[in-house]
Ligand binder design. Structure first.
Ligand SMILES: [Zn+2]
Length: 131
């Protein structure tokens, strides 16, 4: 299908960023581009985030990276995708399979069952049946 991919660009790369371990600010020396699958109704979408690389002034690690809250490090899907999935199950009471189908058909996003379960677990205790 001839749907044009929608690109959403964000940036989170201030001059200084705190070390994730101790909070000491490091100084940006380079940029890095992160990319993830995003959700846009009716067309495929990609999220591109420009982040910074920081030289540490502490001893925790030499270099660290900033991140945007829409795309913490290591995520392959944007927060928007995760929230759609979680909301579908928690608020709309859909099954995981139905949520996957909705993402696939309405947003052109393909997610595994394991992914959705992981996001549900991460979305927090209050929506989960007790331990
Ligand atoms: Zn540190």
């Amino acid at each position: 299908m001839g749907n044009h991919t929608k690109v959403r660009r964000l940036r989170r790369a201030p001059r200084k960023w705190p070390c994730p371990t101790c909070g000491t600010f490091g100084t940006r020396f380079a940029f890095r581009h992160r990319e993830a699958v995003d959700a846009e109704l009716g067309r495929p979408a990609v999220l591109k985030v420009k982040v910074g690389l920081y030289k540490a002034r502490c001893d925790c690690q030499r270099v660290f990276e900033s991140f945007h809250s829409e795309l913490p490090k290591g995520w392959r899907f944007s927060r928007r995708v995760r929230e759609l999935a979680v909301r579908g199950v928690v608020r709309d009471k859909l099954s995981v399979e139905d949520v996957r189908q909705r993402l696939r058909e309405d947003f052109f996003v393909e997610v595994s069952e394991g992914c959705v379960h992981e996001w549900l677990a991460e979305a927090g205790g209050k929506n989960q049946p007790g331990p």
